[in-house]
Every structure is written in C-alpha cells, then in structure tokens.
Design a protein around this ligand. Structure first.
Ligand SMILES: CC(C)(COP(=O)(O)OP(=O)(O)OC[C@H]1O[C@@H](n2cnc3c(N)ncnc32)[C@H](O)[C@@H]1OP(=O)(O)O)[C@@H](O)C(=O)NCCC(=O)NCCS
Length: 140
C-alpha cells in the first residue's frame, strides 16, 4: 500500500529496491547496506520506515536509538521523486517515533552531501561544532 510504513523484516525485493535507491548516490554505501540491512533491522533493532509508491518504494530512512540519542544512518529518496516532500515526510515520521521513545537528540551518522545539508538545515538540523556532522535537539 502507498504511504509510509515501518518495516521489521527485509524481503529480498525490499533489499534490492533499497540497494538501487542508494546506489544512485553512494555506490559504496549501497554495497555495505546490501550486506548489513537485514542484520541491522531484523536482529539489531534498527528502526526503518519506507515510503511506498503504488508499485515500489520511493525512499527510506533507517536509524538506531541508544538511550536518549538516535543516529540516522540512511535517508535516501529515489532520484526521479526527489524534491516532492518524501524526504521530509520520512524524517518527520522518524522524529515522531523517536519522541515517542523519549529520545532527546538525533545525530547524523555521517556528514551529509551539500544538497542534503540544505535539506537537513530546513528541517531544523545544525552543524555539530566545527564538524560536518549535524544534529537536532528534539526537546526544543
Ligand atoms: C537529501 C534527500 C533525502 C532529500 O529528500 P527530498 O524528498 O528530495 O526532500 P524534500 O522534497 O522533502 O525537500 C525538503 C526541503 O529540502 C530542500 N532540498 C531537497 N533537496 C535539495 C537539494 N538537492 N538542493 C537544495 N535543497 C534541497 C527542498 O528544496 C525543500 O525545501 P522547501 O520545502 O523550501 O522547498 C534526497 O535528496 C536524497 O535522497 N539525496 C541523496 C541521498 C542523501 O544525500 N541522503 C542523505 C545522506 S544520509
């Protein structure tokens, strides 16, 4: 069904769809994801939401919660569907979930690309000190 859905099991088709989406931007990350996604979501408790189109996923977000802090390690939107609000919708859903789990801060696992930096800034994320990493305080 179309719309955002939390996923707990990674089917073969979801794995290959996610690989395809990430491979458009970061091929090395896609390769890594292909080997770790199932383990992280099904056995290590990572949180994942998928934005489903009519026929296939258009984007997804994945992160992990450690106490009062969460770390987003993947947020990718299929290239033809970028800039139509899917990234924001996924991020908001993830943040809502984190607030429900009493998370206070969300950090990005790696420095975003220049285009993603603008996207995260618009969504309330700030650079951490002098680093290229970004963070958001959910309690403000
Ligand atoms: C970054 C990304 C997730 C944004 O998703 P999206 O669905 O295109 O973003 P949205 O449509 O929700 O855009 C939200 C805001 O960010 C801005 N934005 C999004 N992409 C942008 C870009 N390439 N350049 C400048 N601003 C951008 C939009 O203009 C929009 O602002 P507006 O509301 O004032 O119009 C998506 O472009 C992507 O998958 N990029 C490649 C992967 C990546 O870098 N992921 C992050 C690393 S973990």
């Amino acid at each position: 069904m179309a719309g955002i859905k939390q996923v707990y099991d990674i089917s073969v088709s979801l794995l290959s769809d996610c690989f395809y989406i990430v491979d458009q931007t970061r091929p090395n990350e896609a390769e890594k994801l292909f080997h770790t996604l199932r383990e992280e979501v099904e056995r290590r408790g990572h949180i994942m939401f998928v934005f489903n189109g009519e026929h296939f996923p258009l984007g997804f977000i994945k992160g992990v919660i450690n106490g009062a802090t969460s770390e987003i390690n993947y947020l990718y939107v299929d290239r033809p569907y970028k800039k139509s609000g899917i990234g924001t919708a996924l991020l908001k859903e993830y943040e809502k979930y984190c607030i429900g789990k009493s998370v206070k801060n969300i950090n990005l696992f790696r420095a975003p690309t220049a285009e993603a930096r603008n996207f995260y800034t618009k969504n309330g994320y700030f650079s951490m000190g002098n680093s290229f990493l970004m963070t958001k305080n959910l309690t403000r």
